[in-house]
Design a binder for this molecule. Structure first.
Ligand code: UD1
Ligand code: CA
Length: 463
């Protein structure tokens, strides 16, 4: 006997009104399917089979190693999907326990699945149900007067009385394999959607005298995502769980409702997060770093004790004790050394900034390497693009780039070299030299008085 998890993921998700298969929509940084698989992994199944259909190619490329897939075409309903999975499993399935869950239920947790797997020991099948104040859209659990299970009736097939039922089918089940295979043969698409409904196996099993156990679950955990409003609700619940777990791990959040941390992000104890922070992808933040307000960081590394606020970081690295922002944009390939600075209105791309080096204000540094302790004056720019190709700028250590220097790449500025404010540097500057490219200042004495006089004469003539 083994445990097989079947994850239904073949539906188009018509209600999402999207080209993207529903199960590939993301909540808190992971696809709905990935959340569903995560919960399944928690009960250590011997095999996991994902039923794919709509966008099958796209969906299968996202599957982790060891997870099998089987294609359901056309998609004739959840019962048909289960039958396709059983066909894929072959005859071995008869002694197996089949745990069925849907890829559109990202809030389901491993402990719930574990309960379902335990409950199947003393039953032919297990169904999970939930009380919902607003049951619209879900299959309702129809019971006898004495409370025993009769069947599940879908919204579109339900009559007025049945629609009043608040107990709904969650869409998580376990079956004894052989019994499921037989029961699936007995169901028919006699319903409003002309589909084979998986819950229709329950009346079949019950009339054959088998026991069906109903496990009750929390409505939050069993929410199905069928539309964008439900996707947003699921996202908010998942984010809440992620934030709470980080808070328990020693992260300060001034207002967790306004902090958006993807599942793949790592934080170290002592990190402080202020409102409006989005940490996405594989972003990691070192101990004691202060992030926010208003930071968007994706696939970035923020070092210990760094301070990042009002800024955007994409595939960027921020060294220990460095400062970023306010209003900095660090694009891919930006690597800031320890105690360095990318300050106010600074954009950087594919640029390394050495330890203790600073770009404090209003600059663009692209395709550049800047040595340790160098200072880039306000308004300086690497002119890296000639309209056809990108070129490199190299600035040595302890260099001082005067304000408003245009560094026309390719160009090299040596260690300890200085550029005069306002210079357009087109040729290499040797170590320790001063490069100034600027016309000589002209002075016109008494100019202001003559200008004043001229103005008064004109004004008089116009009277
Ligand atoms: C289903 C249940 C309903 C339950 C609800 C819980 C049926 C008939 N109804 O309704 O009782 O209250 O879930 O969320 O099962 N899928 C396939 N192949 C298909 C059709 C669907 O793999 O041919 C997959 C979908 O990708 C999805 C899952 O099965 O992951 C559920 O399908 P969906 O159409 O969302 O069912 P609901 O109408 O929500
Ligand atoms: Ca659904």
């Amino acid at each position: 006997m083994s445990l097989v998890a079947v994850v239904l993921a073949a539906g188009q998700g018509t209600r999402m009104k999207s080209e993207l298969p529903k199960v590939l929509h993301t909540a808190a940084g992971r696809t709905l399917l990935s959340w569903a698989l995560d919960a399944v992994t928690g009960v250590s199944p011997d095999r996991t089979v994902v039923v794919v259909g709509f966008g099958a190619g796209q969906v299968t490329t996202t599957l982790p190693e060891g997870v099998e897939s089987v294609t359901q075409t056309p998609q004739l309903g959840t019962g048909h999907a289960a039958a396709v999975a059983m066909g894929h499993l072959g005859t071995a399935r008869d002694d197996d326990i089949i745990l069925v869950t849907s890829a559109d239920m990202p809030l389901v947790t491993a402990p719930l699945l574990d309960k379902v797997v335990k409950a199947i020991e003393s039953a032919a099948a297990v169904m999970v149900s939930t009380e919902r104040a607003e049951p619209f859209g879900y299959g309702r659990v129809v019971r006898t007067d004495t409370g025993s299970l009769l069947r599940v009736i879908e919204e579109r097939d339900a009559d007025g009385d049945q629609r009043q039922i608040n107990e709904v089918n969650a869409g998580v089940y376990a079956f004894k394999g052989g019994l499921l295979a037989n029961a699936l043969k007995a169901i028919a698409p006699n319903n409003a959607q002309s589909e084979f409904y998986l819950p229709d196996v329950f009346p079949v099993l019950l009339s054959d005298g088998h026991r069906v156990e109903v496990v009750r679950a929390d409505p939050f955990e069993t929410m199905g995502v069928n539309s964008h409003d439900q996707l947003a609700q699921a996202d908010s619940v998942l984010r809440g769980r992620i934030n709470a777990s980080w808070q328990r791990a020693g992260i300060f959040m001034q207002d967790p409702a306004r902090v958006y941390i993807d599942a793949g992000v790592t934080l170290e104890p002592g990190v402080r997060i202020y409102p409006g922070v989005h940490l996405e992808g594989s972003t990691s933040v070192g101990p004691g770093a202060v992030i926010g307000p208003e930071v968007f960081a994706v696939d970035s590394v923020i070092g210990p004790g760094a301070r990042v606020w009002y800024s955007v970081l994409r595939s960027a690295q921020v060294g220990e004790g460095s400062e970023v922002g306010p209003y900095a944009s660090l694009r891919p390939g930006t690597v800031l050394g320890a105690r360095s600075k990318a300050g106010t209105f600074v954009e950087m791309k594919n640029t390394t900034l050495g330890d203790d080096a600073k770009v404090p204000h209003l600059s663009y540094m692209g395709d550049a390497s800047i040595g340790a302790r160098s200072n880039i004056g306000a308004g300086s720019i690497t002119c890296n693009f000639d309209g056809y190709e990108k070129h490199h700028t190299e600035i040595g250590e302890d260099a001082f780039i005067g304000s408003d220097t245009m560094l026309v790449a390719p160009v090299v500025v040596g260690d300890k070299a200085v550029t005069g404010a306002g210079s357009v540097i087109t040729r290499d500057v040797e170590e320790g030299a001063l490069a100034v490219e600027r016309s000589v200042q002209k002075e016109v004495p008494g100019y202001a008085a003559r200008r004043e006089e001229r103005h008064q004469t004109t004004a008089k003539n116009e009277e």
